[in-house]
Design a protein around this ligand. Structure first.
Ligand code: OOG
Ligand code: MG
Length: 262
């Protein structure tokens, strides 16, 4: 750790307040250029502690920056991991209030629900599939607290990887019932196709992102618990949305899922 606990708590307070008040901030490494990975995850943990104190419940995790399209869009070169809380969940066909957010974008993802705990190190795709209960389409609404979505990897980790809202649903399938590499996805905004791709865009196989997450948590003495919901990462680049937009994700063989912005 390069930063003192005081600074870490201050940064957690700051990012927590930015999220609560839908206010942006310059990236935190501008003032703390020596922040290391442990510091960044400690700030993220600090945000989680504040949410739990205010009554939130953890429902799972997310992987981010797992596709080349996303890495290229954000100018970074490796995945990051964050947590999901119940308060971010939006029902299928539900409405997201943009006034509660800074500059939301949507991402098409494959969501996993675990039937058994998964603990790294050493997890691979086969381990992930064996521990998965089912998979289903998911739309993540990200909302970086950083001005103009400009950040480096450590700043985005501290900011819980831009997590804001998510919706999952449509058709849930057993993991062996779908080839997650070739499964096609189409993202529409207001009836127009805005992004399309296949599952393999995520590290060759979305379950590879899950294995990386389990191995990452394992290093910190944690695991993906049974019953957890995980978003495996955007398959395409993220698409900006505004009030009035209607977003629909169609996933081959898994139905469609929609979300409105007001
Ligand atoms: C970081 C979060 C990226 C994904 O699925 O790639 C993410 C960001 O781009 O703000 O959630
Ligand atoms: Mg995402």
């Amino acid at each position: 750790m390069a930063l003192s606990n005081d600074i870490i708590q201050q940064l957690a307070d700051h990012l927590y307040a930015c999220e609560a008040n839908a206010r942006d901030t310059p990236k935190i490494t501008d003032d703390h250029p020596d922040m290391d990975w442990d510091d960044a995850y400690a700030v993220q943990d600090g945000i989680l502690a504040r949410k739990l104190k205010n009554g939130a419940r953890v429902v799972g995790y997310k992987a981010g920056l797992t596709s080349h399209a996303k890495m290229q869009q954000m100018g970074v070169d490796s995945p990051v991991f964050g947590f999901l809380v119940d308060s971010g969940s939006v029902p299928e066909g539900g409405t997201v209030k943009v006034s509660e957010l800074i500059h939301p974008k949507v991402e098409p993802e494959i969501a996993f629900v675990m039937k058994r705990a998964l603990k790294g190190p050493g997890c691979n795709i086969a381990d992930v599939l064996a521990a998965t209960d089912f998979v289903m389409p998911g739309i993540e609404v990200i909302d970086s607290r950083y001005r103009d979505f400009k950040f480096d990897l450590k700043s985005v980790v501290a900011d819980n990887t831009s997590a804001a809202r998510y919706v999952v649903g449509a058709r849930a399938l057993r993991p062996e019932a779908v080839d997650m590499r070739t499964v096609g996805i189409v993202l529409e905004k207001n009836g127009q196709v805005v992004a399309l791709g296949a599952g393999a865009a995520v590290l060759g196989h979305p379950a590879a992102a899950m294995a990386m997450l389990a191995n990452h948590l394992g290093k910190r003495g944690q695991e993906i618990p049974a019953g957890a919901l995980i978003l495996s990462g955007g398959i395409t680049e993220a698409v900006a949305v505004q009030a009035g937009d209607n977003v629909c994700l169609r996933v081959q063989g898994m139905g469609s899922l929609s979300l409105r912005f007001a």
